[in-house]
Design a protein around this ligand. Structure first.
Ligand code: BGC
Length: 768
């Protein structure tokens, strides 16, 4: 384990003691968000030490021009960057004319930072001794409102402890911000107007190239000993900033506080001519409800989320903190309110991965959202891809495919590919399969078929066409092969016949044909509409079928396993356990060349396939593959340990499953991969949820019936979770010697428990 400064707690993240070396990591861990915006836990006051400033507005990005040595045909022009947006949280503080700065002040004592996940707020308190020897006690609280999604609120109090002091609060807005990571040091924002009226301030700015118009706003209230006071302020503006100065002679022991409301309004949601007036209305509303009122609403909104999404673990506080942290961060990132949005691998907690959409959403996040929210949320995520179908068809054209073949981008903001490593952009094509799998999975879980004839079938046809054209017939093998790919294991590039990719290709084609037949039979007018629109023909379908029926799968008779790719057995097969610890993580210690030639697997690859399609393999087959591949897996992608945890649990290896669980759930809290300062691994957090519900709980859907095979790690006394299955809310409580099922609805439900049918009646606990 790597870092363990976060205090174990059931509902909060708590950091005690100030350490400048931890600031960037804590800025990630304590991030806050409300689905529409989010920010790293940067300090409100000035901080001169190493910090990574980040505040992001959902859907506001910049196309950073691709920078590569040798341009290759088909490269995307740009990499979409999530943009660090104008700063509205800033409150400079000075005490007897010295700026409060935790990095340069004389002493920081009693520092405590808390992220309260139950109620959705972030707080800090500390005692600072400045270089002028004034000692002050500081308390802050901040949250991004779930209720009014453009709004955030801060309360910041100062109490001089050893004498009277002249304290200045300088709340400000600042649009002269940059991103940490830019290809060309471009300026990303163009400030249009800096404006103020009374105690309110507004900066209107637009993003360069993408022309997202935004208004960043703020208003403050001042309090002495918790009583609102009106203080004259002076105002300072320049072309990118505006600040108010509130000065007050504070007596020793008195509390001087500021409440600051602020946030963003963007033309994604409002007409650009009304951004300032909408901002003003939001500020008026915020003032009317007040800080405490907004906080109360925040608690209620989080209580609602936890009501359906919480997982309660007793007897293991670190495991409990881990899963709640994961569920909390997922909900801070995406709430399903806006179908134009998706779930970036780093959410609103960092710049890496650009805040864009990856296959992570379909492969990992959809199951979490299907079971913990209304099914409309998962459907919205599917529609997101439907809305990008035209662009996926364009994308396939760019690599020379035709006839409506669709290649979804590996990374996207608006449907266009924006990743520019050739081995990923052109080769990591398995993402197309995950998108088809999600359509199947959505129907399997929710029972809602309507999405398929309305929209999903068109997506499936585009994807089936892609696979048929991307495969080629090998005379040598007398089979169809798929050459030059990168599987989920990105530590091998440009390989031939990645088993996972070939399997997905075959599955996608078969599933599409089966779906076409069903839609033709049961939704005939939709079938006719779609067939006409996409010019579907029986001859074409016969071509797909030939590919699916004759797909090649590399297999080792000796090991009795499918091979990750044609050349896997040529590698020097030394297990990870024989690697010296000093060599890990290999992606930080080895050259890329050495990694590519090694047998080490970044993340579940063949095992990812056995996870998706487990019904098509026996337990014995799973065990053989798990025993073959797990020893070479380094889990250097956050998406990996959860799959291994689920499979270890299925194989009854609870100790191993538990270890993988801790690794996935505390990946960021304990910083396993030494990179938490860059941001959190949001999408893999849904995998943590799967490790409990699908891994330990054994939840599956079998022929339209919800099924469980509950197990429990010996470290836990009990755990419980709720799932929404087709409108029925089922609460599952697993203890060491029994499992209880409870139903929150009025109609009885039949489920399978350890393969036996069990009926749960409303208001009646069933114990197995
Ligand atoms: C993983 C990919 C994943 C991406 C974003 C990479 O490290 O290998 O599978 O899609 O991160 O999470």
């Amino acid at each position: 384990m790597n870092q363990d400064y976060i205090k174990p707690d059931n509902w909060s993240l708590i950091e005690e003691g100030f350490d400048a070396n931890r600031v960037k990591s804590s800025e990630s861990l304590f991030s806050i968000g409300n689905g529409a915006m989010g920010q790293r836990a940067n300090f409100e006051e000035h901080y001169s030490g190493p910090t990574f400033q980040g505040s992001y507005i959902a859907g506001v990005y910049y196309p950073d021009k691709t920078r590569v040595g040798w341009w290759k045909n088909g490269y995307p022009e740009y990499f979409a960057k999530v943009l660090n947006a104008p700063n509205w949280i800033g409150i400079n503080v000075s005490i007897n004319d010295e700026q409060l700065d935790l990095f340069s002040c004389k002493k920081v004592e009693n520092f405590k930072r808390e992220l309260n996940m139950q109620e959705g707020w972030l707080s800090r308190c500390f005692i600072a001794t400045l270089n002028n020897n004034i000692q002050v006690e500081v308390e802050t609280k901040r949250f991004l409102s779930l209720d009014i999604e453009e709004l955030g609120a801060i309360e910041y109090s100062i109490k001089p402890l050893n004498g009277n002091a002249k304290v200045q609060f300088q709340p400000y807005l600042d649009a002269s911000i940059t991103n940490e990571d830019t290809n060309w040091d471009d300026k990303f924002w163009d400030t249009l107007k800096v404006n103020h009226k009374n105690h309110q301030a507004f900066i209107e700015a637009k993003t360069m190239k993408t022309d997202f118009y935004t208004c960043t706003f703020m208003e403050s209230k001042i309090f002495i000993n918790n009583k609102e006071t009106s203080i004259e302020s002076t105002i300072k503006t320049d072309s990118n900033q505006i600040s108010f100065n509130y000065n007050f002679e504070v007596d020793k022991g008195e509390t001087y506080s500021i409440q600051k409301f602020g946030g963003y309004v963007a033309d994604r949601n409002y007409d650009k001519s009304e951004l300032a007036s909408v901002s003003k209305q939001i500020l008026e509303k915020a003032k009317k409800i007040g800080f405490e009122g907004l906080l109360l609403k925040q608690k209620e909104a989080w209580a609602n989320i936890w009501e359906s999404a919480d997982i309660n673990i007793t007897g293991d506080v670190k495991a409990q903190q881990g899963i709640r942290f994961n569920i909390f961060q997922l909900n801070q990132t995406y709430l399903g309110k806006d179908s134009r949005l998706n779930i970036g691998p780093k959410g609103f907690t960092g710049e890496k991965y650009g805040g864009s959409t990856y296959w992570d959403t379909e492969a990992y996040c959809i199951p979490f959202y299907m079971a913990t929210k209304d099914q409309q949320v998962a459907r919205s995520l599917l529609e997101y891809r439907y809305n990008h179908l035209e662009k996926a068809i364009e994308n396939a054209k760019n690599i020379g495919l035709n006839n409506g073949a669709a290649l979804y981008p590996m990374v996207t903001m608006n449907g266009e590919e924006c990743h520019n490593e050739w081995e990923i952009t052109f080769e990591e094509i398995h993402r197309n399969g995950a998108i088809a799998f999600a359509i199947f999975n959505y129907y399997r879980y929710t029972g809602d078929y309507s999405y398929i004839p309305e929209k999903g079938l068109e997506v499936l046809i585009g994807i089936a066409r892609f696979w048929q054209q991307r495969a080629n017939f090998s005379k040598e093998k007398n089979k169809y092969v798929i050459l030059g790919v990168t599987g989920p294991n990105e530590y091998e590039n440009n390989v031939n016949n990645n088993w996972y990719t070939n399997y997905l290709a075959q599955w996608c084609i078969n599933y599409t044909i089966e779906t076409i037949e069903k839609v033709d039979a049961d939704y005939h007018s939709d079938f006719l509409r779609i067939a006409k629109k996409v010019k579907l023909s029986k001859t074409e379908m016969a071509l797909w079928k030939a590919v699916a029926d004759n797909m090649y799968f590399p297999y080792s008779e000796k090991h009795q396993v499918f091979l990750q790719q044609d050349g896997f057995l040529d590698k020097e097969l030394i297990p990870v356990s024989k690697l010296d610890k000093s060599q890990r993580p290999i992606n930080q210690k080895w050259s890329w060349d050495k990694i590519l030639r090694s047998p080490y697997i970044k993340q579940a690859d063949v095992l990812q396939g056995l996870y998706f399609f487990e019904d098509e393999f026996t337990k014995d087959e799973l065990e053989k593959h798990f025993d073959f591949y797990e020893p070479f897996t380094v889990h250097e992608s956050s998406l990996s340990p959860c799959v291994h945890s689920i499979q270890a649990a299925k194989l009854g290896r609870m100790e191993q499953a538990y270890e993988f669980y801790l690794r996935t759930s505390r990946l960021d809290l304990d910083d396993y991969n030494h990179e938490v300062h860059e941001g959190l691994h949001i999408t893999s957090m849904a995998g943590t949820w799967m490790s409990i519900v699908e891994g330990f709980g054994g939840m599956r859907v079998k022929d339209n019936i919800l099924s469980f095979t509950p197990k429990i790690p010996e470290q836990w006394d009990a755990y419980s979770f709720k799932v929404n299955f087709r409108g029925a809310i089922i609460k599952v409580n697993v203890c060491q010697n029994e499992t209880n099922f409870e139903l929150e609805n009025e109609t009885a439900l039949q489920i399978l428990v350890n393969n036996e049918l069990v009926t749960i009646e409303p208001n009646n606990l069933v114990t197995v």
